[in-house]
Design a binder for this molecule. Sequence first.
Ligand code: SAM
Ligand code: SF4
Ligand code: SF4
Length: 371
Amino acid sequence: MAERVIPLVDQRLAALRASVPAQPVAATGLVADTLGRELRDLRISVTDRCNFRCSYCMPKEVFDKNYQYLPHASLLSFEEITRLARQFLAHGVRKIRLTGGEPLLRKNLEILVDQLSQLRTVEGTPPELTLTTNGSLLTRKAQALKDAGLKRVTVSLDGLDDAVFRRMNDVDFPVAEVLEGIAAAREAGLGPVKVNMVVKRGTNDHEILPMARHFKGSGIVLRFIEYMDVGATNGWRMDEVMPSSEVRARIASEFPLVQLDAAAPGETAERWGYVDGEGEVGFISSVTQAFCGDCNRARLSTEGKLYLCLFASNGYDLRELLRGGASDEQLASAIGHIWQGRDDRYSELRSTLPADASAGVRRVEMSYIGG
Ligand code: SAM
Ligand code: SF4
Ligand code: SF4
């Protein structure tokens, strides 16, 4: 078994100061970073807690009973999240994704969904409001979320074989309950549902074809994610990454595929359609095929830090500004200024880094900033 790297420094404590620039950056609905990438997509982490312990994300050895989660007072309130989201929309964000940790563990999440769904983009339309979940609580929550204004859900599911799935979530959670959650989401009208499968070579790659067979023709879009070197606790190794090209070849050996156009600029998944017309599959190749060139995503952590990249070590403390009495204009100006200075492109640089470059790097955990 791979040795785990346990972070000696808690990256959550590190923060960059978010200051209001002397020259205000007005929200015009369009703000670009140093590489010309516009701000379009906001991912909001609503909790750092989770009821699963997926080894690639929150390994049990680290996230055990002694792990210190954020105290409630540190979390942004729903009102604070909504106020910040409004400023992001003013800069051109069109899509908001709620994530975590497990977002459905945040109490009364539908109240936040309701508040966010009343915001408007610069075009005057409601933001495209989605959520990524492990599906465990979806059966109970799907209808309330839909009623509150949620548009779609993405469910993470790493295999159909019950034993494999229980091992991967590492809390013995049965696959049948996630499948029920997916069905509940569809019945509630939270479609088209997407299903994300992280592929770890030697752990669940034998589930690729069963998953493809199961979801083909169902109207559900299955997407395969390359296992990423996020955080500092999952003991990531390149030999456990199965490149999307290999996953695709495996599927194509049974079901011929044809490449489709991207759904939207900055879309993370490459889309491939079944030649027989029975739907499509997606591939998110953050390791073997970097897509930093049009990365338009900002991430807001559970306690209000703005991260410009999934692989960033530090975030900008917007909560300090919020709680320090900043006006909406000042908040928007600070966000615009931070985005304008962005030059992150970790995945593009990864291949140029020495193989051991990740060792000892203090990166924030995915469960903290959200996927
Ligand atoms: N708990 C929710 C879930 O699992 O859907 C939302 C948060 S989770 C951090 C968001 C996504 O990140 C999930 O689809 C998960 O599979 C993915 N993820 C977590 N760690 C990953 C890793 N090391 N490599 C690739 N994807 C990862
Ligand atoms: Fe929890 Fe999602 Fe991370 Fe799994 S991937 S441990 S479900 S936050
Ligand atoms: Fe965006 Fe960072 Fe991922 Fe590149 S590595 S696509 S900049 S989040």
